[in-house]
Design a protein around this ligand. Structure first.
Ligand code: SRM
Ligand code: SF4
Length: 571
């Protein structure tokens, strides 16, 4: 393995944690068994991420507990590994039960097509992992410096090509899994491998410098937001045949407010490969990043910086050298949309799927909106499976025609049959989790999204744009978990009640938005955007999206994609 680290630069602390962990074991088992505290050590927390687990605390309770001199309200977040977002009905029932009995009790669909539990008490973590294991689910590599949950277009049974692409995504996810048995030993009581001596042929002992994300897309839909990912495969299809993939690398959205060394970046196009070369190219991209990624500074450690620093031609040549595959020139492709299909759609195999909009992907029961109960009832009668989408929505898939009315009736019984009849803005909105669980949130996100949407919906109604698909995304900090830099209207949290406002991304996810205000309240943003939205309604060209219009008409040529200023701290 080559290393280009200048001798005077110290490795990031996590590099030491990984190197000394005996392939991700560390002292996790001991820390989990310690009943004197609800938390674990910082080193164990960093290692736990590779097992799909984070320690968090309920930030709403911090001040109260502090005043009472009590420990923070610790709980674990657990992220399931679910390539392409596919879960069976049986798995749904198991996850729903585990959430109800051992977690917050909601289930949360993430922006990478999987489930998260929140608020699992330390003593219950093993029970949750074991429960998942019995349903053939795990959380291995759902977080950590490895290849994360692989995204793919939901609804494979719509065509043979979709099915093939899903299989490639699943195969790459399996191929790039860490080989350590640490997860099985710690959480499933498998017998210890002496000294953790197994080999990690692809990752090496210190895994990757940072997280690594892969997705697959099938144009014209860019429902996976391909250009935001470290590694992307764009299916090239002709006459219903999958010819291969255009490969992209080096996307990523996280940044720090006020640090121009960090930035959101769209992936570069490397070229075309045949379909049987996915794993070989994936491995070459991943190992190049393993060897050349910056292990001294975790804020500069993603593949996007390796490529930005060394150049895409260098990177492409290195990948070709390692894989022995020469990229052919990229084939033409065109993305038009990011939106999930809603309602009933027939599939190639004669079954149906129902696309259900779920705001922020939060599956819980609230008065008048018993989503968790309704979906559990559907899972109990559903003979197909479920697909989670990268826009935090759900597809109830593989439904035989005769079962459609049964599913419709369950949704109607619970008053959830109108969820898809929402405004175009709401159907396209994303938020990250943020408060109260996310330790990095500077501002609210998921909890504020309904209120933010109501305010903008009033403006859109007045402008006659209620049904227009406009993407609004909000996050509680600039890490970008709700991919706000690719939203036509992007709000990025800076401080309680304050957001950096961005406009002008393309609706199809191929252009980043740009900074309009470094710090603004939601109400002031509504005031600022009202005349702009009204002008857009009157002046836009035929078919011109809000982001494209803002980019052409409103934004000065030198508007930046970066954020500026220093972020405020919150408790
Ligand atoms: Fe994320 C960290 C939630 C998708 C960029 N993300 C976090 C943590 C774990 C906070 C932490 O480190 O303590 C958040 C947990 C919140 C909570 O309470 O649940 C968190 N990220 C999420 C999820 C759940 C957001 C959601 O509302 O759905 C998404 C889970 C995805 C999954 O299933 O794997 C999620 N995160 C993303 C995405 C979008 C994507 O991957 O398509 C991004 C931007 C793309 C990218 O990676 O560049 C993203 N999350 C980050 C970053 C910044 C990484 C960077 O290198 O710039 C962090 C912070 C970090 O890694 O240090 C972060
Ligand atoms: Fe937390 Fe920030 Fe990610 Fe939101 S964007 S979940 S606040 S890390």
């Amino acid at each position: 393995m080559s290393s280009e680290i200048a001798p005077e630069k110290k490795l990031a602390a996590n590099e030491g944690y990984k190197a000394e962990s005996h392939h991700l074991r560390g002292e996790i088992a001991k820390d989990i068994a310690d009943t004197s505290t609800g938390t674990i050590s910082e080193v164990s927390n960093q290692l736990c991420k590779f097992h799909g687990l984070y320690i968090q605390d309920d930030r709403d309770l911090r001040n109260i507990l502090k005043k009472e001199g009590r420990e923070k309200a610790f709980g674990f977040m657990l992220r399931v590994r679910l390539p392409g977002g596919k879960a069976t009905s049986q798995q749904w029932i198991v996850l729903d039960t585990l959430a109800s009995q051992l977690a917050s009790p909601s289930l949360r669909i993430t922006t990478r097509q999987t489930f998260q539990f929140h608020g699992i008490l330390k003593g219950n973590v093993k029970k949750v992992v074991k429960g998942m294991h019995e349903a053939l689910l795990d959380s291995i590599a759902a977080c950590g410096d490895v290849n994360r949950n692989v995204m793919a277009p939901p609804n494979p049974e719509r065509s043979d090509v979709l099915q093939q692409v899903y299989e490639h995504a699943r195969a790459w996810s399996e191929y790039a899994l860490p080989k350590t048995r640490a997860y099985h030993e710690i959480w499933l009581d498998e017998e210890l491998v002496a000294g953790g001596e197994e080999k990690e042929p692809m990752y090496g002992d210190t895994y990757l410098p940072r997280k690594f994300k892969t997705c697959f897309a099938i144009p014209p839909s860019n429902d996976v937001d391909l250009f935001s990912q470290d590694l992307g495969f764009i299916a090239v299809v002709e006459n219903d045949t999958l010819l291969g993939y255009n490969v992209t690398a080096g996307g990523g959205l996280g940044m720090n407010h006020g640090n121009v060394e960090t930035f959101p970046r769209l992936a570069d196009l490397l070229g075309f490969i045949p379909p049987d070369k996915v794993n070989a190219i994936g491995e070459a991209v991943l190992t190049t990043q393993r060897d050349y990624g910056d292990r001294t500074n975790r804020r500069h450690a993603r593949l996007k910086y390796t490529i930005a620093d060394r150049g895409v031609e260098w990177f492409k040549a290195e990948v070709e050298k390692r894989s022995g595959i020469t990229f052919a020139p990229a084939r033409p492709f065109h993305f038009t949309t990011i939106e999930d299909p809603h309602g009933w759609h027939e599939c190639a195999d004669g079954t149906w799927f129902y696309g259900l909009h779920i705001l922020s992907g939060r599956i819980k029961d609230i008065p008048g909106w018993p989503m968790k109960t309704a979906l559990r009832e559907i899972a109990e009668i559903h003979t197909g499976d479920f697909r989670l989408t990268p826009s935090q929505n759900l597809s109830i898939s593989g439904v035989p025609a005769e079962q459609k009315p049964v599913i419709d009736a369950i949704l109607a019984k619970h008053g959830l049959d109108k969820e898809n009849d929402r405004s175009g803005l709401r159907r396209n909105a994303l938020s990250c989790v943020a408060l109260p669980t996310c330790g990095l949130a500077l501002a609210e996100s998921e909890r504020w999204l309904p209120g933010v949407l109501e305010k903008f919906e009033a403006v859109l109604d007045e402008a006659g744009l209620r049904d227009d698909a406009i993407s609004l995304r909000i996050t509680g900090c600039p890490n970008g978990c709700g991919r706000p830099s690719l939203a036509e209207i992007g709000f990025i949290g800076r401080a309680p009640g304050k957001y950096a406002l961005y406009l002008g991304a393309s609706y199809n996810g191929t252009r980043l938005n740009r900074l309009v205000s470094p710090s603004i309240t939601i109400d002031d943003a509504v005031v600022l955007l009202t005349p702009i939205i009204k002008r857009y309604a009157l002046e836009r060209n035929d078919g011109e999206g809000f982001g494209d219009w803002c980019d052409r008409v409103i934004l000065p040529a030198d508007a930046t994609t970066h954020s500026v200023g220093t972020p405020a701290e919150v408790a």
